[in-house]
Design a binder for this molecule. Sequence first.
Ligand SMILES: NC(=O)c1ccc[n+]([C@@H]2O[C@H](COP(=O)([O-])OP(=O)(O)OC[C@H]3O[C@@H](n4cnc5c(N)ncnc54)[C@H](O)[C@@H]3O)[C@@H](O)[C@H]2O)c1
Length: 335
Amino acid sequence: MAEVSGAGKRSDVLITGALGAIGSYVLKRFISEGVRPLVYDIRKDLTLVKNVEDNFDFVEGDVTDEKMFGRAIEDKNITCIVHMSSALGKVCESEPKVGWHINVDGTLNVLENARKHGVKKVLYASSKASLGHLTGEFGHPTFKPVGEDHPFRPESFYGATKGASELLGRQYKREFGLEFAAFRFASTYGPGKMSRHGVASGISKIIEAGIFNRPLAIKSGGDQKNDYVYNGDLGKAIYLAYKASSKLSTAYNIGSGELHTLKDVAEIVRERHPAVDIDIGPGLVDVANAGELSYGLMDIARAKREIGYQPAFNLADGIADYEKTVASVGLDHSV
Ligand SMILES: NC(=O)c1ccc[n+]([C@@H]2O[C@H](COP(=O)([O-])OP(=O)(O)OC[C@H]3O[C@@H](n4cnc5c(N)ncnc54)[C@H](O)[C@@H]3O)[C@@H](O)[C@H]2O)c1
């Protein structure tokens, strides 16, 4: 177990998967608030946290290794674990047992160690993939906002692992009084997804087509509305929940509060990069066959009311910050 220490006093929060696309935004938010987290990640790839490498402590380890994770938190006065590490759809759909092990056994290790070592709060990065496809009144054209009481009907292995992990967290809350809250993110965007995973949703492809001046044609689906939340807002939501002194609910939806299409994204990118050739075909997405992807508007009323969440990035601001971040960390994409 390699541990790297920089200057400053470590605080009481550990973040798993903090070097990932979303985790890095969570980490940067804590750091910007003067908190020095302990990061637990299987890979020491500091690309997305360039410029803040000295502001956190690091343990290289696997979340599926119960003992190693226990050693990372024992005697460190950790009171809050933010659990962001995960296998994403690509792994879960092609190797379901591997996905289950990393996501569900990994979450169980986090919860069990939290219980054993007196951790008070576990904040878990879930996904709307646990809900499955959003259809009927929740889909086009009505888009009734999806509340936290929406039933789990995952239609992917990935979604099943996220829902199962939430259920485990709820049980630890019920049985052992652990303060557990799951955060169901809307469709996220931000730097790192394409460079890390090679594939990405349409929104990242369009934004990066602008940044790297790459021609892009997406055949269809340009009129499909969706809730796109910028990773910066996810970092903010998790930090607010960490700071909250009142009891947390079991789940919070975190979204942008708005619906946009890929055509809207392309329009903003073209304004910023008039020379880039982006062609987005019309029509809706075949949502019933969209695998782990789902399209709808997440109701963020509870997050606003209980933790004071308010999205700070509208679509144009999110795209501008995405570009700024790519430049500041020197991300170079060949995808
Ligand atoms: N990317 C999305 O669109 C999206 C949407 C909703 C929810 N989420 C959830 O948000 C969380 C973060 O997603 P992301 O996009 O940042 O993913 P990511 O793949 O970019 O980052 C995951 C991080 O976890 C680490 N990790 C992976 N396996 C590990 C293991 N066994 N032990 C320790 N660390 C391990 C990786 O090294 C990486 O730094 C995940 O829980 C994911 O399910 C993601």
